[in-house]
Design a protein around this ligand. Structure first.
Ligand code: CAA
Length: 409
């Protein structure tokens, strides 16, 4: 097993680190305090090529692999979870699904514009009564000649008020259950489409979070993403991508907490010693260091499977669950190490603490991931689909296994 990174992966990691420290970091505190979405920063993210990370060159992309994408995402999250959310949604929840399910016309129309940042995307799945139970969609799509009429409401949609295009998951016939669901690419300027910012929030204050309202929104047949009845599959594919970037976000938060905590612990003194010399502080630092590495390794294993092109719901879910929970542990400990100053918004620990909280909620609560993973472990429902091997490390030691798995996707 080779844990080394390629020169290209290292340079992408370094590039993202420099951008995060030099461009994002100076704006983070003010944006968080004012709770504003920073459009100027979004333009800098776009102009520096971040939105084009993973798409192929023919769509204006950089054709990065998922290892590099994970490391890049971690670096942004280390400094700012709101900015990480912006581009996780753009890349993982919008670009990748269009690349995977879109027809040529959809790819040509949307992907270059999304890669350059000329267009921003959002993903509309969650509804007031369809959160964890994602199949319970009330947003309806009714056929009208060669068009569809969409009515409904979406909630907790990141990038919702700034998006130019939304992937909207709908139900065409409730009696068909998830087999009646369809996904549509809806331009947000279509008459009947409106959005409203949701505030105030506990964290991610500089992220754009919105409700979407679709009132007799009329879209052509050509707006359907994937085939009729594939809406749930599209949604689950989107989540397999989005959860990966949330896991990377969690690693970034853990690393950020470790960085500020180690620095503070070697500066702050109590009873004549640096607090980092006390074992109870060291214990918390050690836990953060282990969580950072464990989370990163789970994340990079999922990345490796994505790069192989094999189903990775299980590995992605595991990384998302672990990193989301571990980010909260790290943020809790960072506040603890900062003591009273951890309770002050003048210091960064409080922001990490608030921003970490959503990581166990969005893109599947920790409880949903435990359901997915326990059902897999118990053999009730294999997370990676029937027939996929479940052993974690050596499943592709026999090249014949890999051929078999590749044939299934
Ligand atoms: N990929 C492909 N297919 C999948 C799949 C996946 N990851 N997961 C399930 N499927 C398939 C199943 O194989 C099954 O197919 P068949 O009927 O052909 O056998 C079908 O989809 C239905 O599967 P389930 O019976 O397992 O579906 P379910 O209704 O029991 O739900 C669930 C399963 C995992 C709980 C799912 O509902 C879920 O993930 N819920 C959480 C939703 C979520 O994460 N929401 C967050 C929204 S995004 C967000 O937060 C907003 C933002 O902007 C960031």
């Amino acid at each position: 097993m080779d844990f080394s990174l390629t020169t290209e992966q290292r340079s992408i990691w370094q590039w993202a680190k420099e951008f995060a420290d030099q461009v994002i970091a100076p704006r983070v505190e003010a944006n968080d305090r004012k709770a504003v979405f920073d459009r100027e920063l979004m333009k800098l993210v776009a102009d520096n090529g971040f939105f084009s990370a993973i798409l192929p060159e023919k769509y204006g992309g950089q054709a990065m692999d998922h290892i590099a994408y994970a490391l890049m995402t971690e670096e942004i999250a280390r400094v700012c979870s709101s900015t990480r959310t912006l581009f996780s949604v753009q890349i993982s929840l919008v670009e990748k699904p269009i690349w995977h399910f879109g027809n040529d016309a959809q790819k040509d129309r949307y992907l270059p514009a999304l890669a350059s940042g000329e267009m921003i995307g959002c993903f509309g799945l969650t509804e007031p009564n369809a959160g964890s139970d994602a199949a319970n969609q009330q947003t309806s799509a009714k056929k009208d000649g060669d068009h569809w009429i969409i009515n409904g409401q979406k909630t907790w949609i990141s990038n919702g008020t700034i998006a130019d295009v939304a992937i909207v998951i709908t139900q065409t016939d409730a009696s068909l259950g998830h087999k009646g669901m369809c996904a549509f690419l809806v331009d947000t300027t279509t008459p009947g489409f409106t959005s409203r910012k949701m505030e105030p929030k506990l964290g991610l204050k500089a992220s754009d979070t919105a409700e979407l309202f679709l009132d007799n929104v009329r879209v052509p047949d050509s707006a359907m993403l994937g085939q009729f009845g594939e809406g749930f599959k599209v949604a689950m594919y989107c989540l397999d991508q989005g959860r990966f970037s949330v896991a990377a976000g969690g690693v970034g938060v853990i690393q950020g907490c470790l960085d500020i905590s180690t620095k503070y612990a070697m500066e702050r003194e109590a009873s004549g010693h640096k607090i980092g010399e006390y074992q109870m502080i060291q214990s918390m630092i050690a836990d953060m260091a282990v969580d950072a590495d464990a989370g990163r390794l789970l994340l990079l294993r999922a990345a490796h499977k994505k790069d192989l092109g094999v189903r990775n719901t299980r590995e992605t879910s595991m990384a998302k669950l672990f990193c989301g929970e571990a980010a909260n542990r790290a943020a809790y400990n960072a506040v603890q190490i900062f003591g009273g100053y951890g309770f002050s918004e003048e210091y960064p620990a409080a922001r990490y603490y608030r921003d970490a909280r959503v990581l166990t909620l969005y893109e599947g609560t920790s409880q949903i991931h435990r359901i997915i993973l326990s059902q897999d472990a118990l053999g009730i429902r294999p997370a990676n689909g029937p027939g996929c091997p479940r052993t974690p490390i050596d499943q592709y030691s026999n090249p014949a296994d890999l051929t078999q798995v590749l044939a299934m996707v």
